[in-house]
Design a protein around this ligand. Structure first.
Ligand code: NIG
Ligand code: FE
Length: 409
């Protein structure tokens, strides 16, 4: 954390790119409204941005100020990963090999592998190792330019491990989401019996630790009736609502999200025209996870159709051991441009201001502007669009978080 009143001047930046000011979430033409300043500076005071502008307009600064040489670098807002599963033990590398040989993700899940194999490994970890895992994953995120992130539970599915997952996310600096309805663990007879347990035994404490609740609405997980029951109880306990929906099948996630006023519905690989229209007519953000579609060799979500229809969209990694083993939002931006046919400007808004909105943090971050948190991702590039253009490149040169330089490569 920056010392109270300490000053950091990031100077001589080749470019600075930020979503323009305006209402959130960004949609339609506003999604592409990005301001670019050539030969720019950012002055940070304490944890916040004080001034942004062109070098020729830099005022004289008296007294102590640390300087960061931005020559050859482009600044974008600190990236925001609004959909992430960082709290897990073990790995799924054997499953990865099976899938490479033709095995299907849904079949592995149905046979007790998949999510439930990670549940076994996560329960076996213990609190200390679980905290260490989440902290390690947070380090990977930061190295890829992510300064704000959401972290879901969902690999414990018992009281102790779910609550410890939420604490681990909180302690590592993330925004905790209780994914209490991720899968039905083997000690319960069915989804309804599991929800009886989760809502009576886990929700009261989870609601104190988490900001949001999430459910996997899908065949083989929870149906729309069960998802509604879970989400209504979570809403009544004060949590914001998120849904994993339309990943493999359209099972009613979008109508439910709209009806309940959810913050977001995430995945959408199976969403058709009616779903696109319903989201566009609502304030629910569609969170697109193209790295997950790539990793599972599934169809990409209809990003271009959603953007053209005026739906608010965000992009996220979906980092987890089974369906998306990546912490790179720059890679997600590359996929957004090449596979979803979004522009670099739309992708930038989707991983900054709109992702911050999904986490209810857009008042404080997601753009580079005076008064906002001094979170900057500095790209080793002559043009800020290298964020998406440099496919799997080593594009992040430095990261400033809360006014302090926390990564320098
Ligand atoms: O968002 N789809 C549900 N949950 C995760 C995957 C979890 C896993 O495979 O471990 C997802 O893709
Ligand atoms: Fe997910």
């Amino acid at each position: 954390m920056a010392r109270l009143g300490a000053r950091l001047l990031v100077r001589d930046l080749t470019q600075l790119a930020t979503p323009a000011a305006g209402p959130v979430p960004r949609r339609g033409v506003a999604l592409a409204a990005v301001e670019v300043i050539d030969d720019a500076f950012v002055l940070c005071v304490g944890e916040h941005i004080e001034l942004v502008g062109r070098m020729r307009d830099l005022p004289a600064i008296d007294g102590d100020v640390e300087e960061l040489d931005g020559r050859g670098l482009c600044a974008v807002p600190g990236l925001v990963d609004c959909h992430m599963h960082p709290a897990w033990g073990g790995d799924r590398v054997d499953e990865f090999s099976l899938r490479a040989a033709g095995g299907s993700y849904e079949e592995l899940h149905a046979s007790g592998g998949g999510i439930l194999s990670t549940v076994r490994a996560t329960r076996a970890l213990g609190a200390e190792a679980l905290h260490a895992r989440v902290a390690r994953h947070a380090g990977w995120l930061l190295a890829h330019g992510t300064t704000t992130w959401e972290g879901k539970s969902g690999y414990g599915l018992d009281r102790e491990t779910e609550l410890e997952s939420l604490r681990a996310v909180r302690d590592a600096g993330g925004s905790p989401t209780w994914l209490g309805a991720h899968s039905v663990p083997p000690e319960h007879d069915d989804a309804d019996a599991y929800l009886d347990f989760a809502l009576s035994e886990v929700l009261p404490e989870a609601a104190r630790l988490a900001v949001a609740a999430d459910v996997f609405l899908e065949r083989g997980a929870f149906d729309a009736t069960q998802a509604r029951r879970y989400l209504e109880a979570c809403r009544d306990a004060g949590l914001a609502l998120r849904l994993h929906g339309d990943q493999f099948t359209e099972s009613g996630a979008i109508p439910l999200a709209v009806d309940l006023g959810a913050r977001s519905v995430d995945h959408l690989e199976a969403t058709g025209d009616a779903g696109v229209r319903a989201l566009a007519a609502s304030d629910v953000v569609g969170v697109l996870l193209p790295a997950s579609a790539l990793f599972l060799d599934r169809p990409m979500p209809p990003g271009r159709a959603l953007a053209d229809a005026g739906a608010p969209i965000a992009l996220a990694t979906d980092f987890n051991p089974g369906s998306a083993f990546t912490t790179s939002l720059p890679l997600v931006c590359s996929l957004a441009c090449t596979q979803l046919h979004l522009s670099p400007e739309e992708a930038l808004s989707a991983v900054t201001v709109n992702a911050a909105h999904v986490l209810e943090l857009a008042g404080d971050r997601g753009r580079i502007a005076p008064g906002l948190r001094a979170d900057l991702t500095l790209l080793d590039a002559p043009d800020w669009r290298y964020l998406a253009y440099h496919l799997a490149g080593d594009v992040v040169a430095a990261v400033v978080r809360g006014g302090s330089l926390v990564v320098r490569r």
